[in-house]
Design a binder for this molecule. Structure first.
Ligand code: DAH
Length: 345
C-alpha cells in the first residue's frame, strides 16, 4: 500500500510536468484528485488493510494528497502567468492611446440651488428642520387656520391618500412644518425658534411649462419675544441681497390664512434689470416669496401664547428662483431627467 502511494505520487507529478494547457490540467485533476481518481481509489482500500498498517498508510495518503494539491495549484498559476506574458507580448499595450473619459456625476441643479439657499439662511442663523411629506389634513390645513370647506382651500389642489377619507394627504406646502417645528422645538411655547423647512410639496395640477405636480419649497419661521414686521422685512431684504445681489425689492399686501398681516416680496427682474421683459411680464419685478406675521391662532396651535410671543414666516419656491436665475423656460425640465438639461449645470 505504501509503495502504491509512493509510486502514485511520482507518477502524478511526472504527468503534471507535461501538462501544457487548461484542458490537460483538468484531465489531470480528474484522473488523480477527482472523486473517482487514482488517489480516491487507493484511499478507499485503506479500510481493507490490517488494523496495524492503517495509521501509517492513512498518514502517507494524506501527505500525497496535500502534495498533489499543492503541485496542482502551482501548475495552475504557472500556466496563468505564462498566458498573461504571452498576451502581453503578442499584442503589446499602446500606452499612448487616450483613456476612456470618465462620466463624473454632479449635483442636480435643483439640489445645488437648494444648498445655496440653505447656506444663506444658515449664515443668517436659521437651522434646518425636516418635516414630513405625508401630512394630515389637520396639520396641512386646519391648524394653519384653514378649516374644512373654507374657500381658501381652493388655492391648494390636493392629492389625498386613498382610503383615508381625505384625512391623509401629500403636503401641498411646507407650512405644516411650522406647526411641527413649534411643537417639537418650542418646548411648550417657551423657546424662541429660527428654522427653515425645506422639502418636496405636491399639488394636483395640470402639468405645463409653468406648473408641476411636485416642487420644492423652503419655509422659514422665526418666533421670539418682540418680533415685528420690521424684522420680517429686514431679514427678507437681507436674504434677497445675499441671493441676488444689490437689487431693489418691494413688498405687497397679500393674503394667507396663517399670517396676519401677509405680504409678497418681489425682486427687480434679473433678466432685464427692471426695464421690462417677457420674464417679468413687463413689470420690471419678479415675485419671490410669500410671507407674513404668524397668525395668533397658528402660534396658539404651536403651543405659544400669542400675547407674549410673535413671529414671522415665509415660503419661497426654490425652483422658481432657479428658473429666474438661469432663464429656464420650462419647469418640467427639473424632474424630466434629461441629461441634455442636467449636464448644463
Ligand atoms: N404656504 C404658502 C404657499 O404654499 C406660502 C407661504 C406664504 C408660506 C406665506 C408662508 C407665508 O410661511 O407666511 O403658497
Amino acid at each position: 500500500m505504501l509503495d502504491e502511494l509512493q509510486s502514485l505520487r511520482t507518477h502524478a507529478l511526472e504527468q503534471l510536468e507535461r501538462v501544457e494547457d487548461e484542458n490537460a490540467l483538468e484531465q489531470w485533476r480528474i484522473a488523480f484528485l477527482g472523486r473517482k481518481g487514482a488517489l480516491a481509489a487507493l484511499m478507499e482500500k485503506l479500510g481493507t488493510l490490517p488494523k496495524e498498517e492503517r495509521p501509517a498508510a492513512g498518514k502517507l495518503a494524506n501527505e500525497v494528497k496535500a502534495a498533489l494539491e499543492t503541485a496542482f495549484e502551482a501548475r495552475v498559476n504557472a500556466l496563468k502567468q505564462r498566458a498573461l506574458i504571452a498576451s502581453l507580448t503578442s499584442a503589446p499595450l499602446d500606452v499612448t492611446l487616450p483613456g476612456r473619459p470618465v462620466k463624473r456625476g454632479r449635483l442636480h441643479p435643483a439640489n445645488a440651488n437648494l444648498r445655496e439657499i440653505y447656506r444663506i439662511w444658515r449664515d443668517m442663523g436659521f437651522q434646518i428642520f425636516r418635516s414630513r411629506e405625508v401630512e394630515s389634513d389637520e396639520t396641512n390645513f386646519q391648524l394653519l387656520n384653514i378649516p374644512p370647506h373654507h374657500p381658501a382651500r381652493d388655492a391648494w389642489s390636493t392629492f389625498y391618500i386613498a382610503g383615508t377619507d381625505q384625512r391623509v394627504l401629500l403636503r401641498t406646502h411646507t407650512s405644516p412644518g411650522q406647526i411641527r417645528a413649534m411643537r417639537e422645538l418650542g418646548a411648550n411655547g417657551t423657546q424662541p425658534l429660527r428654522v427653515i423647512l425645506p422639502g418636496m410639496c405636491y399639488r394636483f395640477e395640470q402639468v405645463s411649462a409653468r406648473y408641476e405636480i411636485q416642487f420644492n419649497q423652503v419655509e422659514g419661521l422665526a418666533i421670539g419675544r418682540n418680533i415685528t414686521f420690521a424684522d420680517l422685512k429686514g431679514t427678507l431684504i437681507e436674504f434677497a441681497r445675499r441671493a441676488f445681489g444689490e437689487r431693489p425689492v418691494r413688498f405687497y399686501a397679500d393674503h394667507f390664512p396663517f399670517t396676519e398681516p401677509s405680504a409678497q416680496m418681489d425682486v427687480q427682474c434679473i433678466i432685464c434689470d427692471g426695464k421690462g421683459c417677457a420674464m417679468c411680464k413687463y413689470t420690471g419685478f419678479l415675485e419671490i416669496l410669500g410671507a407674513g406675521m404668524v397668525h395668533p391662532v397658528v402660534l396658539k396651535n404651536g403651543g405659544y401664547d400669542p400675547d407674549k410671543w410673535s413671529g414671522f414666516a415665509f415660503g419661497l419656491g426654490p425652483e422658481r428662483i432657479a428658473i429666474l436665475r438661469y432663464g429656464i423656460e420650462d419647469i418640467r425640465y427639473f424632474w424630466g431627467n434629461d441629461l441634455r438639461f442636467l449636464e448644463q449645470f
